[in-house]
Design a protein around this ligand. Structure first.
Ligand SMILES: [Zn+2]
Length: 358
């Protein structure tokens, strides 16, 4: 939780759109929410009034672009059906844009693109990673995750058994990914209803996350890169075990702050639309700096593995689901310091990586 949340401004106060309805946040941009069966219990999705010229030889097609989809389940499909019936002014969906490959964002892309016979727009890296994860080819959960977590000190037998048993997690929410897509690249400009929306690439949370900025509307669809109340998950995964996602993440949000105005309306995937992008980026950088200092201090006293640092980093008891996320974050903090040369990593005889002050 962000203790400095009162430094941000929420232009819509506590108002939330009920599931199955929308709330217009700027002209032509509508906010909708879908429920999630996690502790993080909702995701925000966006409908952009759109007009595409020259689609399949048809000039001037009016309709809507969807940004992000919700996970695959009956409740989310039913909520979308309500939206289609009541909120589209009788117009069709023209495209489905997905910020990144996480299940709450891409889950129903297969259903939405088939239903409307439209294209998925997404970065290539996230499209391919989603396909591999949905097909069970990318290592997400199961034996490989359990081994990786054990190598960072999560050796508790109960936790190990639960991680090994969780092999179908991604595919349960993303059973399919559209086979074809339109590639989004950093700096690409999408013309949406006469306005330019520029793709702002971000790393560290997902392989190649795309936020969308519209200068004319003073609006940023930030996806998961900048959230007002919680800090974005930044994790090392077993598929890329020496990665440095925290460095990538901090560099990405710092670039975003430099590129975008302070008064932009931020439309985040979780929480409420807010103003105060620069303040929020500063808060996130300070938050991670504090945690990094805690990690260095602990490693100066005695060698630490990622599991040793959970209480220092999170300061509360975690359930298993939270523990796996927290482990990824703990490793990410260690890796930033290790790859910067401020910590030294060694593999001990018990097969666990421990880090000491350089
Ligand atoms: Zn995400």
């Amino acid at each position: 939780m962000n203790a400095l949340e009162q430094q941000l401004h929420y232009p819509f106060g506590d108002t939330l759109p009920a599931v199955g309805t929308t709330l217009e946040v700027v002209p032509g941009v509508r906010w909708l929410r879908m429920l999630l069966p996690f502790q993080l219990d909702h995701i925000n999705l966006w409908l952009l009034r759109d007009r595409i010229d020259g689609v399949d030889g048809v000039d001037g097609v009016d309709g809507w672009s969807i940004v992000d989809c919700g996970i695959t389940n009956d409740a989310t499909r039913a909520a979308w059906e309500q939206i289609f019936a009541n909120e589209l002014d009788g117009l069709p969906v023209l495209r489905v844009i997905v910020t990144h490959m996480h299940p709450d964002h891409i889950g129903l892309a297969h259903w939405l693109t088939e239903k409307w016979n439209v294209r998925l727009w997404i970065s290539a890296t996230d499209h391919h990673t989603a396909q591999l994860a949905s097909a069970g080819i990318a290592a997400i959960g199961g034996e490989a995750t359990a081994r990786f977590m054990a190598s960072h000190g999560l050796v508790d037998p109960e936790a190990q058994a639960q991680i090994k048993a969780r092999t179908n997690y991604y595919a349960s929410m993303v059973p399919q990914v559209p086979a074809s897509f339109r590639r989004l690249l950093a700096g690409d400009v999408l013309q949406i209803n006469g306005h330019a929306w520029v793709c702002q690439v971000g790393y560290g949370h997902a392989p190649e996350h795309m936020a969308l900025h519209c200068a004319a509307l003073g609006t940023l669809i930030s996806g998961d890169m900048v959230l007002p109340r919680i800090s974005t998950n930044v994790s090392v995964h077993e598929g890329e075990p020496e990665s440095n996602p925290l460095r990538l993440y901090l560099d990405s949000i710092t670039r975003m702050k430099a590129a975008l105005p302070a008064d932009v309306l931020v439309l985040p995937s979780h929480g409420r639309p807010f103003k105060g992008l620069h303040t929020r980026v500063d808060q996130l950088v300070a938050h991670h700096d504090e945690r990094l200092a805690d990690v260095i201090a602990a490693c100066a006293e005695a060698p630490q593995c990622a599991a040793d640092l959970l209480m220092i980093l999170f300061r509360r008891q975690l359930d298993l689901h939270q523990t796996t996320f927290a482990m990824g974050e703990s490793i990410a903090h260690l890796h930033l310091l290790w790859l910067d040369g401020r910590l030294v990593r060694r593999l001990d005889a018990d097969g666990i990586y421990r880090f000491t002050r350089a």
